[in-house]
Every structure is written in structure tokens, then in C-alpha cells.
Design a protein around this ligand. Structure first.
Ligand code: UD1
Ligand code: CA
Length: 466
């Protein structure tokens, strides 16, 4: 075998990752493969791929099962390699499925699970440090409050890792061990696959256990070491209950980070973030706000209660809400004001523009300082195609204006309330596009007199409707 321990002072070894994602995920009771369920606004598999990418892994191989091709498609769309494990004969067998893909790779391999979305980059980085410090094999462990079901890390008095024993194969004394296997390990690629070729399935589950490589490494004269991580990070998701627990843990972490970075939240527990939410300092977030993927809020902005944002940008000092919906492509410039029951989709608002109440703005460009009155609607869809509305700077859109796209309202132009605008409005003009008001003198008085007389003739009763 080649030297599997780095020489002191040698440059860091190249890194590769094998992400195990071939399990059935039966307990999710879902037609969606387990690892494609979301935590923090993206698939659990994406957390694993991003963690491997952040570690600087030159190669990433996701091991997928033949039963869920969607997992492979998702991984390849992310630009990583896949290997198929069929049938699933255990975790060692799953890692071996990636052997061919990494045949030309020299360096350290990290094995991770795609259903462990909470593990932090720094924790994995530390495991590489343990490996670089002289261990041939570095295993990530954790102290479990309830170790039931986990593999136990059996160490000698000096703390050196001897072997891993699975729950079902453990003696009573071994079951009393609380130091558990997370499943994550780092080893030299060549050594790892040589040890894997020696793994047998003569155990309680009749599976090829990845964990057996630890004992095999020891008996081949290699040193295995443990790094202990926080149990909260090692949580694996097997059911919808655990999925919700992972989500809650992600949200708690993210809320804390937002406040530490200078965001005010009146009721943090009611605010929901996504993995990529970016919030500037001195932003105030009121209760009940949901940030879907792809949202940026610049410093000094206020997001008032019960607002839902997704794929949107909120500029410096802007104020949105309460009850605002920003859909993908909503881009609000500095000091924009968007008020209650306003929906914005694929539309830009220039600096200082406003839409204060009951408005839909879709596929539009709104110029700086333009004011959209209550009930403004962009009619952007004709049932087949989407069309664009352009509103010039300083324009004033009267209440209850329907803008039938494609249409352009010029700079500083007005539209009269209740107008249905179907043609472009020149700069500085007033567009009136509604029925002209006509007053019929005394119509109401004669109508009421006639009706009251009819009622009196019926003996004061209302007319019965048949
Ligand atoms: C495994 C570990 C155990 C550890 C625990 C941590 C082994 C033998 N045991 O147990 O020591 O404490 O994880 O959660 O490794 N997978 C495949 N192909 C297979 C089998 C599994 O890809 O043939 C994948 C699964 O999708 C999952 C991961 O490997 O992502 C772990 O498999 P699982 O069956 O859940 O292992 P555990 O019994 O929990
Ligand atoms: Ca498991």
C-alpha cells in the first residue's frame, strides 16, 4: 500500500467526496426521493454537494440507487458525478460503487451522507486536519444523548479508535458506549478502496458495512482517529418528523446568525429563512415573514409583518409590507415603498417608487419616484403570452388603473382613476380612458317615489319573489 499518512510539511492532499444517497428513504412515505426533500429552501442533497464543494473537493461523486433516477439527474444538473449502486448491499458496497469514478484520483476522500443537512463546513474541515495530523483514517463521531441505532466507536484507554460496532452486532458493554459514528470519514483513496475490498457481510444485517474499514485499518497497521462533533450537526433525516426537526434547527441557526449580523427581529421564531437569504445590517423584520430562496434585503430596509418574499431584491432603506408578496424577479430600488396587499413579479421599481395598496405589478419596469395608486393592475397575460408594462419616472397612475400590456406610460404622465390604458401614454400627458360621467337630474327621486307607491299598494309588504 502507498503511504497513507502525509509527510510533515507536505502540501495538502487533493480532496474528493463520495456522497451516499442510494438509500430508499422508505420512512419518508414519499414519491419524492428522500434526499430531494427540502431543508432551508433547497434539497438535502444540495447541502451535501455544497459542503463538499466548500471543502475544495476536486471530484464529487454522488452514489445513487437505480430506484430513484431523479437523484442522479439532480446531482448531474449540479455538475457533479454520479455512480449507481444496484442493489443496495450496505454502506461499504455503496462507497465501492464510486470506485471506478475515482480510479484516476490520488488524494484524500471524504465520505458523507446526503441525508445529514446540518453538518457544518468547519466540522468537516477539522476532520481533514485530524487526517493530515497523522491518522490514516479519520472518523467523525459524536456523543449521543440516546445512542440507540448508531454504530459505537470502540476506543482503547489512550483514546485511539480500534473499531466500530453496529447496534445490532454490539455486546451489552459496547451498547453502553455513547460515542457514536456519524458515518463521515476521511481516508486516502487507495487505502480506502483496498480496505473496502476486504469487507465481508458476516454480520447481523448481512450487509457490507463501511464501518468495518476501521478495524481492518488497525489490523493492517494503520492508525485511525476520531474527531468529536456536536450531535446537533450530525442529525440524519429519515422521516417527515426528522425533516421538520432539521428545518427547525436550520431556522434557529439562521435567525441567530441574522441577529448577530445586525438584523432586528421582533419575533425571530416567526421569521423563516432560506439557505441563501442575504439580509443587510439595520434591517428590521417584523413578525410572520417568509424568505423563500434567492432573496436579498439591503441595509436599513424594513420588512413589515406577514410578507412573503421569493427571488426578490429589496433596496437600501426600502419599506415593504405588511401583507406584501414579492415573487421571483421583483427588484426594488432604494427607498421604494410597497404597501399592503401588493404583489410584485418580475418587475423593477426605480428609486423611491411607490405602490401603497392593493396592486399587481407583473413583467414591468417602474421608473424612479413613480406612484401607483390603489388598485393598479398590470394586465400582463393574455392567456398565451406575457407582455411588458413600462412606467416612466415620476409618473402618477390613478387608482384602479388597468394597464393592458404591452404598454408604456411616459415620464411624468398621469392616468385618470379607473382608466383602462391600452395605448402608450406620451410623456407629461394625462390619459383618460373611461366612460364620461353623465348626471340624470332627479332620476333617483322619481324611482324611489314609484317604488314606495307600489309597496303601499301591497299593504306595506316587500314584493315576494317567486
Ligand atoms: C450508518 C452507520 C452507523 C452510523 C449511522 C449514522 C454503517 C454500517 N453504519 O448506520 O455506524 O452510526 O449510519 O447515521 O455504515 N446507503 C447507501 N447504500 C446502501 C446503504 C446505505 O447509499 O446500501 C446510504 C443511505 O442512503 C444513507 C447512508 O448510506 O444515506 C447510511 O445508511 P443507513 O442504512 O441509514 O445506515 P445506518 O444503519 O443508519
Ligand atoms: Ca441512517
Amino acid at each position: 500500500m502507498p503511504p497513507s499518512t502525509a509527510r510533515p510539511g507536505a502540501p495538502p492532499a487533493p480532496r474528493a467526496a463520495i456522497i451516499l444517497a442510494a438509500g430508499q428513504g422508505t420512512r419518508m412515505k414519499s414519491s419524492t426521493p428522500k434526499v430531494l426533500h427540502w431543508v432551508g429552501g433547497r434539497a438535502m442533497l444540495d447541502w451535501a454537494i455544497d459542503a463538499a464543494t466548500a471543502l475544495g473537493c476536486a471530484r464529487i461523486v454522488v452514489v445513487v440507487g437505480a430506484h430513484s433516477p431523479a437523484v442522479g439527474e439532480h446531482a448531474r444538473a449540479r455538475g457533479v458525478e454520479t455512480a449507481v449502486q444496484e442493489p443496495a448491499l450496505g454502506t461499504a458496497h455503496a462507497v465501492i460503487a464510486a470506485k471506478e469514478a475515482l480510479a484516476d484520483f490520488e488524494g484524500d476522500v471524504i465520505v458523507t451522507y446526503a441525508d445529514t443537512p446540518l453538518v457544518q463546513g468547519a466540522t468537516l474541515e477539522k476532520l481533514f486536519a485530524v487526517r493530515a495530523a497523522g491518522a490514516s483514517l479519520a472518523v467523525l463521531g459524536f456523543e449521543a444523548a440516546d445512542p440507540f441505532g448508531y454504530g459505537r466507536l470502540v476506543c482503547d484507554e489512550g483514546g485511539a479508535l480500534l473499531r466500530i460496532v453496529e447496534e445490532k452486532d454490539a455486546t451489552d458493554a459496547e451498547r453502553a458506549i455513547t460515542l457514536c459514528n456519524s458515518g463521515v470519514l476521511v481516508a486516502d483513496r487507495t487505502m480506502l478502496f483496498q480496505l473496502l475490498s476486504m469487507v465481508r457481510n458476516d454480520n447481523a444485517k448481512g450487509e457490507f458495512y463501511l464501518t468495518d474499514v476501521v478495524g481492518l485499518a488497525r489490523s493492517s497497521g494503520f492508525r485511525a482517529a476520531v474527531d468529536v462533533a456536536d450531535e446537533a450537526e450530525m442529525m440524519g433525516v429519515n422521516s417527515r418528523v426528522e425533516l421538520a426537526q432539521a428545518e427547525a434547527a436550520f431556522q434557529a441557526r439562521r435567525r441567530h446568525a441574522a441577529m448577530v449580523s445586525g438584523v432586528t427581529m421582533t419575533d425571530p421564531a416567526s421569521v423563516y429563512f432560506s439557505h441563501d437569504t442575504v439580509i443587510g445590517n439595520d434591517v428590521t423584520i417584523e413578525p410572520g415573514v417568509f424568505f423563500g430562496p434567492g432573496v436579498t434585503v439591503e441595509s436599513g430596509a424594513t420588512v413589515k409583518a406577514w410578507s412573503h418574499l421569493e427571488g426578490a431584491h429589496v433596496g437600501t432603506g426600502a419599506a415593504i409590507g405588511p401583507f406584501v408578496r414579492l415573487r421571483p424577479g421583483a427588484h426594488l430600488g432604494a427607498r421604494v415603498k410597497i404597501g399592503n396587499f401588493v404583489e410584485v413579479k418580475n418587475a423593477t421599481f426605480g428609486e423611491g417608487a411607490q405602490a401603497s395598496h392593493l396592486t399587481y405589478v407583473g413583467d414591468a419596469e417602474v421608473g424612479a419616484r413613480a406612484n401607483l395608486g390603489c388598485g393598479t393592475i398590470t394586465c400582463n397575460y393574455d392567456g398565451f403570452d406575457k407582455w411588458k408594462t413600462v412606467i416612466g419616472e415620476d409618473a402618477f397612475i390613478g387608482s384602479d388603473t388597468a394597464l393592458v400590456a404591452p404598454v408604456r406610460v411616459g415620464a411624468r404622465a398621469f392616468t385618470a382613476s379607473g382608466s383602462v390604458i391600452t395605448k402608450d401614454v406620451p410623456d407629461d400627458a394625462l390619459a383618460v380612458a373611461r366612460g364620461r360621467q353623465r348626471d340624470i337630474a332627479d332620476w333617483s327621486r322619481s324611482f324611489r317615489e314609484r317604488k314606495l307607491a307600489e309597496r303601499a299598494a301591497r299593504g306595506g309588504k316587500r314584493r315576494e319573489v317567486e
